[in-house]
Design a protein around this ligand. Sequence first.
Ligand SMILES: [Zn+2]
Length: 188
Amino acid sequence: MSNELVLPGDVLGVIEEYFPGQGAYQDDDGNVRSQIIGIPAFDLKGHVATVRGITSPMAMPKKNDVVLARITDVKSNIASAKIFQVEGKHPRSPYLFSGFLHVSRISTSYVKSIYDAVRIGDVIRAQVLTSTPPYILSIRGKDYGVVLAYCSSCLGPLILRSISLYCPRCKKMEKRKVAFKYYIRLRV
Ligand SMILES: [Zn+2]
């Protein structure tokens, strides 16, 4: 079972695997696609793919919301993320929403490489700039950025020591665009 949200037009499978059930349709190329925004379900015995619509639209992030998201991919100038929490709305959204972070939305000053700001697996606190998924995110400003980062060598959580992130296991520093409220700070 997946809790991954699908959008209208997202491919659920091919007609050889599944018939389109409620919330799904077949396109001219034999793909079974989602008709609505919702959570897919696959009946493996009956070979039917259905999509259950989101019952709580409150769970959807809106423009100007503050969200928590996990970085899932980092390319040369863009990072992909999955939003899992909208601040002040749901303690934890039952859905994941796709978001994108462009290198120009990391800081008010020039950022040369997105790899200096976020890495795969990091949790970011970000502002939502658009109204529908995939959401465009911003981590400009001191309140936004990485709130939890993981060591690129041992995958252990990094600790914020003054202004640098430090791996106590590997005894090395890593660079990120850290939010003011980073989760794990060195107690002195
Ligand atoms: Zn480490």
